[in-house]
Write a protein that binds this ligand. Sequence first.
Ligand code: MN
Ligand code: MN
Length: 398
Amino acid sequence: MDHSPRSPYSYGHVPQPIRKSDGAGGVDLGPRDIMRDKENPNMFVPPVTDSGLLPNMKFSFSDAHMQLNQGGWSREITVRDLPIATTLAGVNMKLTAGGVRELHWHQQAEWAYMLLGKARITSVDQAGRNFIADVCEGDLWYFPAGIPHSIQGLEGGCEFLLVFDDGSFSDLNTLSISDWFAHTPKEVLSANFGVPENAFNDIPPGQVYIFQDEVPGSLESQRVQSPYGTVPLSFTHHLLAQPPIKTPGGNVRIVDSSNFPISKTVAAALVEIEPGGMRELHWHPNNDEWQYYLAGQGRMTVFAGNGVARTFDYRAGDVGYVPFAFGHYIQNTGDQSLWFLEMFKSDRFVDVSLNQWMALTPRELVADNLHVGGELLNALRKEKWPVVRYPGYTYLPE
Ligand code: MN
Ligand code: MN
């Protein structure tokens, strides 16, 4: 093997933990996972501004256990995988054409974003009002805590992200109709429904979770008329169809209980950051942020106060996290758009912009506090731009 260095910072295409700006670090010839080092350039060679102790703020679905079933798969990132993430938990699920996530309910509310394909969802609320809808890419659904529901893949199947308003949630630990039937005496089932015990001869012996079924007929053919009507607040929302807030460098679609009224415990923003752009320096005055990266790659530094800041790299399929009120930005480090979801256990989406805060504060105070001059003060903006890009001041990946 040729170990001759072509540059002091890398052996061929193998990155080395040496910081160019100050020469800190040294060559690593020992055991290592070069693919992962390449995926995490800002963890491998952190910015010189990183400092102090901060818990891990990243977990990839690629490092999560896959639950494989006839009809689909699921994998989850909960507080067991990412201990800092106590407010929300996420599940990435695939359902084949006809594949069913069985009739079930849970103690947590369920918010979902459709990544690919089409699905049919059903639900019935406590007043006997029912709900059925077909959802496609870019659509959301929300089932309040305790409300029963099902999901079925339509022609072509589907993949989606589920988010639950409790970091301790597990999708493998929900209340399922098959599980309840299997653990109820047959004479009780018989007495409950007024049919002979042998009507239950073939029920599943335990929780089914996901199963393969036929692709269902049309929505109209499956609609059940309820004497109590349908649910008063829709359980779905077309997020991608919503007009975004556009700024130079990207766009943002915000969804919370103000435009998706049923979603009382989960608020979100779907963000696109174009190459060279970044989600500006900001924080959230309401709760922790749980992130899901849909496409592209980026980096985020989380600032915790007291000199503590740590930078993480993210790419499609990763989950990121920011504790309540901690400062952060997300910068596109790739050559395609970076798409991600910011999610909060809250009835509303709120953020505080560093730029806007400074612009709306007396100039002398900002100048004397930071020792900055007119060049910066005149560039401050009173309007909030969630995503920014300034030609000549963009991050250029190597
Ligand atoms: Mn569910
Ligand atoms: Mn944020």
